[in-house]
Ligand binder design. Structure first.
Ligand code: NAD
Length: 490
């Protein structure tokens, strides 16, 4: 691609070219409420061109050797690294994250790209006898549409691009209209180092996602977002039998046992709950504390959370007005129903009426009914219920009594008991003794309505492949009967 990358001009990236359009849209800086840069709305024609380019690029990209693709991926990681400071500033503006928080997301994204460059899905030799050799190959699915939400726009876009590239797929990113900027820049930077059509990005309005989902030239939708949208995508994808990866909403519980230092538990739980003001899929959304340590735990938790200053450290604003109104409605509902707030709530929802941006003060609701909305629904904001429990069986049932199953965290130094509780939970991930800590080698998947498929680690690559089993007969039996009593089995 010609010309230098500027971080105040935005384009859709199709076949390694910058594309403008007749219509534009813009994001809003959640910290100030100010409008951000205009960026083009992709048309159906832009999408058709991107899909054609991605299919054409797929032929060559998928036939490269793994080490050749790895080299390109490392070049892309280096390209992103070169622009780390500009990407950090951009991410801070589009998402509302503080500099340190935005920087950690950009670094995590670059590292994610580098880690994926080391991984592949090797063929499996299942049998190699005198008669027959059977091999399972994992071949790239084709063109992937990576559709992402607004809460971690940089890292989640990389989480679509990296496994796609590693497996030999090509990818078209579609960021949330609330946070289009860093994804468009990822594709622009990729265009400097990768062949045309391998990584592209289109931003647009509400038509674009549905156009992609039904497009016959796209073979897989890798989606991160809400469960409601995930269901719509799966329904439409069934028309062309597209593969889907769905990384959806959760309602993660933290279970604090009496086998853990209470003060330390309060610190860890507070961080896992209120980081990015709760706008993290795997953040703690319900806190279950053993009744014997509840009072002491609450004393520490309240003290910690009262010290949080929205707009500082990891207490970000809510990313957009729609979500801001949704979170406020949850605060109001808790207030109207007479629930007890240990911190915040009610008239204290707004941090300061004169302050621009979408800031909400953190709140803790104590022992609301188990079936209330605040316990049953993911607020995706800085409000959390704390509930007490008495025995392991009971708390496991309560944690599992939800249609979602993304993750859970257990605080327990008795290792045997911690494993027993962990193995009873219907969630894709269980973290023990520290939440919100992903290891890039560990598959991140889900149970129930939190999703299908998974990302991260060498295992995550499999979701970007189809299998092809080759059975090579060295000395062929002449049909089922000739194969002795084994019938159709080799
Ligand atoms: P969302 O579902 O509203 O939107 C996500 C993306 O889907 C956006 O790019 C949007 O434009 C697009 N989209 C909307 N309707 C579409 C359709 N019909 N077809 C195709 N695309 C469509 O989600 P959001 O509000 O941006 O994000 C918040 C949600 O994301 C929360 O529920 C959160 O838990 C979830 N999330 C999950 C994970 C995970 O890994 N499981 C990670 C981050 C966020």
């Amino acid at each position: 691609m010609e010309g230098i990358i500027s971080f105040d001009k935005f384009y859709n990236i199709v076949n390694n070219s910058r594309v403008l359009g007749d219509k534009t849209y813009h994001g809003i800086d959640p910290s100030t409420g100010k409008t951000l840069w205009e960026t083009p709305v992709a048309t159906e024609d832009d999408l058709d061109k991107a899909v054609a380019a991605a299919n054409s690029a797929f032929k060559k990209w998928s036939s490269l050797q793994q080490h050749e693709r790895s080299r390109f991926m490392r070049d892309l990681a280096d390209g992103l690294e070169k622009h780390k400071d500009a990407l950090t500033e951009l991410l801070g503006k589009e998402s509302g994250k503080s500099v340190s928080f935005a920087e950690s997301e950009v670094v995590m994204g670059i590292n994610t790209m580098r880690r994926h460059a080391d991984w592949s899905v090797p063929d499996q030799l299942l049998k190699d006898t005198e008669d027959v050799r059977i091999v399972v190959q994992h071949v790239p699915i084709g063109v992937v549409a990576g559709i992402t939400p607004w809460n971690y726009p940089f890292q989640l876009a990389i989480l679509k691009v990296a496994p796609a590239l590693a497996t030999g797929c090509t990818v078209i990113l579609k960021p949330s209209p609330f946070t289009p900027y860093t994804s468009l820049k990822i594709a622009e930077i990729a265009a400097e180092v990768l062949p045309p059509g391998v990584v592209q990005a289109l931003g647009g309005d509400d038509n674009l996602g549905p156009w992609m989902t039904k497009h016959p030239g796209i073979h897989k939708i890798s989606f991160t977002g809400s469960t409601a949208t995930g269901k719509k995508i799966m329904a439409v994808a069934s028309e062309t039998l597209k593969r889907v990866n769905l990384e959806l909403g959760g309602n993660d519980a933290a279970v604090v046992t009496e086998n853990f230092d209470v003060h330390e538990a309060a610190q860890l739980v507070a961080m896992a709950t209120f980081a990015h003001s709760g706008q993290i899929c795997m953040a703690t959304k319900r806190i279950y504390v053993h009744e014997s340590v509840y009072e002491e735990f609450m004393k520490h938790l309240v003290e910690i959370v009262k010290g949080y200053k929205p707009g500082e450290g990891f207490c970000s604003p809510i990313q957009n007005k729609m979500q801001f109104e949704k979170v406020k409605s949850i605060y109001n509902e808790c207030e109207e129903q007479g629930f007890n707030f240990a911190v915040g709530g009610g008239s204290k929802v707004s941090v300061d009426d004169n302050r621009p941006g979408y800031f909400i003060a953190p709140a803790i609701v104590t022992n609301p009914p188990e079936k209330s909305r605040i316990v049953q629904e993911e607020p995706f904001g800085p409000i959390v219920p704390v509930l007490t429990w008495r025995d392991d069986k009971e708390v496991i049932e309560r944690v599992n009594d939800t249609p979602t199953g993304l993750g859970a965290t257990i605080y327990c130094r008795d290792e045997k008991r911690a494993w027993q509780i962990s193995e009873s939970l219907e969630t894709g991930s269980v973290w023990v003794n520290s939440g919100l800590k992903l290891d890039p080698v560990a598959l991140f998947g889900a149970h129930k309505q939190s999703g299908i498929g998974g990302e991260l680690g060498p295992l995550g690559l499999k979701y970007y492949t189809n299998t092809r089993t080759i059975t090579y007969w060295k000395d062929a039996p002449k049909g089922p009967q000739a194969n002795g009593n084994k019938g159709l089995f080799a």
